[in-house]
Design a protein around this ligand. Structure first.
Ligand SMILES: [Zn+2]
Ligand SMILES: [Zn+2]
Length: 282
């Protein structure tokens, strides 16, 4: 007997493809999975070129090379036309933020007609702290200090005014390391989100990591709600089969946190969609 899967969250805004180096699968495979999952709208969010590294240190296996960015944009736009009428496809970019490179960042932001830009901090100085290969370096840190430093960098990213949403907001918990006290810098991040009109992403990938919990945690999501922030949802799929994964859990998470709507992105504008009676899902 087949069971009908009802998916109320219909937009997945965090997806990578082979073009990103660290993900696999063609665009078409991601779209096919999204259609199978009943999604009505998706956004590709390729990893930005590593503008913050000297050219000879940029790695093909972790980001879209600068010389392929235009190709990426064209690929997504072609796909959008091809699937018009069956699924809406948005053009996004997951931008690594590293302080001190605002000129390069600005060029990236204004060179293409993005629907949205996700702000991500994956690096603390030269340490890609979410990469399993460098997990040993957590031992060099006091974990509370690590979170505080991470949130300070994140806040600086928000305050550039270049971004639409913060991706995986509490990413340093990825391998299970968690703060043991309140981190005041988190409040500053949320305050900056309010000031700069930046949304928070509910990223379901945390449920498939050692952290075993979405990014951000329920308590942070509740605080984001208290701050009046809006929320978008993404699976951070690096393989086609991960598209829309844990979206039922995400919906429950959002409701527990008190959210009644999520947002869609259209040409850098946020459009709220009610969770209940979501017209995208009818
Ligand atoms: Zn990321
Ligand atoms: Zn990602």
């Amino acid at each position: 007997m087949s069971v009908e899967v009802v998916v109320l969250l219909c937009c997945d805004y965090h997806m990578h493809t082979f073009r990103c180096g660290d993900a696999s699968g063609t665009y078409e495979e991601y779209v096919a999975k999204a259609l199978e999952q009943g999604l009505k709208e998706i956004g590709f969010s390729g990893h930005s070129p590593q503008y913050f590294l000297p050219k000879d240190m940029r790695r093909r296996e972790s980001a879209i090379p600068e010389e392929e960015l235009e190709l990426y944009v064209r690929e997504v736009e072609t796909l959008r036309e091809k699937y018009e009428g069956s699924i809406v496809i948005r053009l996004g970019l997951e931008v690594d933020f590293v302080p001190g490179h605002d000129k390069e960042l600005e060029k990236l932001v204004f060179s293409y007609p993005w629907d949205y830009l996700l702000l991500s901090v994956h690096y603390l100085n030269d340490w890609p702290f979410d990469h399993p290969k460098y997990i040993a370096r957590y031992s060099e840190w006091d974990i509370n200090e690590l979170f505080a430093t991470y949130y300070q960098v994140l806040r600086r990213g928000i305050e550039t005014g270049f971004f639409d949403a913060v991706a995986h907001l509490d990413l340093p918990k990825k391998f299970g390391f968690r703060p043991t006290r309140e981190i005041p810098e988190l409040e500053e991040v949320l305050t900056s989100c309010v000031k700069y009109g930046v949304a928070v992403e509910l990223n379901t990938a945390g449920w498939r990591r050692p952290a075993q919990e979405a990014y951000p945690s329920l308590s942070i999501l509740q605080r984001a709600r208290d701050f009046g922030l809006s929320v978008c949802v993404g699976s951070d799929a690096h393989r086609p089969e991960e598209v829309g994964r844990y979206f039922k859990e995400a919906e429950e998470f959002l409701r527990k946190a008190g959210f009644t709507s999520v947002i869609r992105f259209v040409q850098r504008k946020k459009i709220p969609v009610l969770l209940e009676g979501n017209p995208l899902c009818e």
